[in-house]
Design a protein around this ligand. Structure first.
Ligand code: LLP
Length: 427
């Protein structure tokens, strides 16, 4: 019994798991385990499906690089036609380094520091998504110092529950994100009198991993109403930013409907087409989540009193989502062994915490020490959330395209890991 493959870029050929035309076991042989692997075809398919569903609208898909900020991934998205959504100086520099033009970069986030804003202003990015009064003031100061006009997108908090995991819900009044509709009116009015600020857009983002599209409907409605109101007050809006959040299928629980993207795009069209303004989208997970695997090896099968543990060579430091969000990442073998019987395993890593558990009592095809396996849906929020806890090194990333593959990040060396520390003069 092998779990369902969640992306058409992955398939078994002669019982060996392939990513496009690459046999993944060959990659494992060459780079060792663990490693992350991403499919270009999957990213391209996701991009095109979203892009095509928005046809006729002037929409810029700004890939949220927080989901996966490898240079090769950002460059792939750029080639497909995407801009970038960044939330820090580091991400801004990464997007620019990968060749994304500043004019296609939006800068989001609640805590942008003045020096981060300065960099964005100097580079001439498309917009700053402003989330509070003090942030607006800080942006004005930086723009004034540079003699520039800062392009402002006001991020509104529509107070709509996205019905997703509490840790990734961002659009309710309880969350730290955005400004209320009432505050937005006041801020918009204030911007009129400030010559180094220009209100260009409204923005929103209500949460991540949405599989029910109805919260978007309520949020879009509120943002559209405010946009109309601001236009009537003489604000010449130049674009509207509808954020990200589209969910993906993790192979368990409620997944998105097959036509989720089209349903979403239809909502965008219904609420915003009449404005005849360019639109910005900020999808992250949807673009790359199911394009990625994390490939690992079984180190030991350990039989406990009541349980059987498959101890892998990857751990919570490599894929933190199961322990942080109780997320499900389904495991598939790199080789289908039909003769083996299904068994229940707790899938765990070597880190010294009980939280280092990927899954409990997972029904899987029989595993043996030395087997190569892959966690699915590891393209988004996996490598980017990795740490070196337990002095485990950051692991390689591999990009596949057709029959080609390339290592796009090397395995960190122990020397690099230790060289980050410095001894003080007295030791
Ligand atoms: N725009 C803004 C302002 C955001 O805060 C986010 C994600 C996105 C766009 C992209 O959202 P997406 O399309 O990927 O859902 N680490 C968590 C997810 C955190 C999402 C944070 N913000 C996870 O692993 O589930």
């Amino acid at each position: 019994m092998t779990a369902r493959l969640l992306d058409p870029a992955f398939s078994y050929r002669d019982q060996d798991l392939h990513a496009e035309d690459v046999k993944i076991a060959d990659v494992a042989q060459a780079v060792g385990t663990p490693f992350y692997l991403y499919s270009t075809a999957s990213m391209a398919r996701q991009y095109r499906r979203l892009h095509d569903s928005l046809s006729g609208l002037d929409a810029l898909i700004c890939y949220a690089i927080k989901a996966n900020s490898n240079q090769a991934v950002i460059a792939t998205m750029k080639e497909l036609g995407a801009g970038a959504d960044v939330v820090s100086q580091g991400e801004l520099l990464r997007a620019l380094a990968a060749g994304v033009p500043a004019s296609r970069i939006v800068f989001a986030g609640v805590g942008k520091r003045p020096e981060e804003m300065r960099l964005g202003l100097e580079k001439g990015i498309l917009q700053f998504n402003v989330e509070s009064w003090p942030e607006l003031d800080a942006l004005e100061q930086e723009a004034q110092a540079l003699g520039l006009i800062a392009p402002v997108a006001l991020r509104i908090n529509p107070d709509v529950d996205a019905k997703t995991h509490a840790k990734i819900t961002t659009g309710t009044a309880e969350n730290k994100f955005g400004v209320t509709i009432a505050q937005a009116r006041e801020i918009a009015a204030a911007i009129k009198g400030r010559k180094h600020l220009r209100l260009e857009a409204l923005a929103m983002h209500i949460g991540s991993q949405l599989v029910d599209m109805t919260p978007y409907n309520s949020a879009f409605e509120r943002m559209a109403a405010l946009a109309r109101e601001l236009q009537a007050d003489g604000h010449a809006l130049r674009r509207l930013d509808v954020g990200g959040g589209l969910g993906i299928d993790y192979g368990k629980g409620q997944g998105p409907a097959d036509d989720q993207v089209e349903v979403y795009a239809e909502m965008v069209r219904r609420h915003f087409a009449d404005f005849k303004l360019p639109l910005v989208l900020e999808p992250g997970r949807y673009m790359i989540g199911n394009a990625g695997l994390m490939v690992s090896q079984v180190v030991y099968i350990k039989k406990g009193e009541n349980k059987q543990f498959a101890i892998l060579d990857s751990a919570m430091n490599d894929l933190i989502r199961p322990t942080l969000y109780d997320a499900h990442h389904s495991l598939v073998p790199l080789r289908q062994e039909d003769a083996r019987k299904a068994q229940a395993y707790d899938l765990v890593g070597p880190v010294c915490e009980t939280g280092d558990t990927f899954a409990q009592s997972a029904e899987l095809v029989g595993l043996e020490a030395g087997d190569l396996v892959a966690f699915q849906s590891a393209g988004a929020y996996s490598a980017v959330m990795a740490s070196t806890y337990n002095s485990r090194r950051l692991v390689p990333e591999v990009l596949v395209k057709g029959a080609s593959w390339a290592q796009v990040r090397a395995r960190q060396s122990f020397e690099e890991l230790i060289a980050q520390d410095k001894l003080p003069s007295w030791l």
